[in-house]
Design a binder for this molecule. Structure first.
Ligand SMILES: O=C(O)C(=O)C[C@]1(C(=O)O)C=C[C@@H](O)C=C1
Length: 262
């Protein structure tokens, strides 16, 4: 089946589940800041990279991505690594991934912005202060969060492709004149953004409550209704979507469109 606005929105909706679950998993671990030090080489656990001021988490992501590249993960246009390694994929048989994107714009992404926001802003909203020393499990859950956020946000390329095909003439004129403001206006649907933010917040409530056999199962009333009883604060998920996920998705859409005629 070809792409449509409904099918790309369905994809984004399903990714919400993955994002919210990955945040809940990360929230199991304390902040564990030594895993993220760049400045103090001694804090880099004596790895081979200590002289390059690379954090433990960065090494973890880089090496994990190298394995996944070999396994063919990035043969899919839907997946974009944070550290492209150029390693050929050799572990899996070739798979015929669909190629829906315009080649000159297909690799547009905002992974650098996602990386910075995740480590500098989001993490401290998710994890409690503390250091339990379990950096491997912590970095593994960081990787899951980063991959889910990257897939969702960079999927803006597909959303933009659908919108371009639907209104080719209008978009072509605005792309030719590089009119970012008009492009932003044309691809923005305020009501849809509101639905997305509120649904993501609700998923944080539904997925992040303690499930017991007594009492109502579907209601988030009573004991569960205070923010602190959810594994990740629903307000954090609302804010994540409103301040970062949606604006970055729109940035991807705009940058993709600006290269759509290349
Ligand atoms: O659904 C769309 O039309 C999108 O472009 C995606 C999205 C989003 O990130 O969820 C972004 C911009 C729109 O204003 C609405 C929603």
């Amino acid at each position: 089946a070809g792409l449509s606005l409904d099918s790309v929105r369905d994809f984004l909706t399903r990714e919400e589940d993955t994002i919210v679950f990955s945040l809940i998993e990360r929230a199991k671990h304390p902040l564990n800041t030594p895993a993220y030090y760049y400045d103090d080489p001694a804090a880099c656990f004596g790895t081979a990279d200590r002289h390059r001021n690379v954090s433990f988490a960065e090494i973890f992501v880089r090496e994990s991505e190298a394995v996944q590249a070999k396994a063919g993960r990035y043969e899919s246009q839907q997946e974009i690594p944070f550290f492209p390694s150029g390693a050929p994929f050799t572990l899996a048989p070739p798979y015929n991934f669909t190629t829906d994107l315009h080649p000159a714009a297909a690799s547009i992404n905002v992974n650098d912005a996602i990386w910075n926001i995740y480590f500098n802003q989001l993490l401290r909203l998710l994890a409690k202060e503390g250091d339990d020393g379990d950096y491997a499990a912590t970095a593994a859950s960081d990787l899951a969060c980063l991959q889910a956020l990257s897939r969702r946000i960079n999927y803006g390329r597909y959303v933009a492709e659908v919108k371009f095909r639907g209104e080719q003439q209008t978009y072509t004129a605005l792309i030719r004149s590089k009119d970012k403001d008009a492009l932003t206006k044309l691809l923005t649907f305020e009501a849809q953004e509101d639905v997305v933010k509120r649904r993501a917040e609700k998923k944080a409530k539904v997925f992040g409550q303690d499930v017991t056999l007594d009492g109502p199962t579907t209601e988030t009333s009573g004991k569960n209704s205070s923010q602190s009883s959810f594994k990740v604060a629903p307000s954090v998920v609302y804010k994540l979507y409103g301040q970062w996920v949606i604006p970055l998705t729109k940035q991807v859409e705009i940058e993709y469109l600006l290269h759509r005629l290349d």
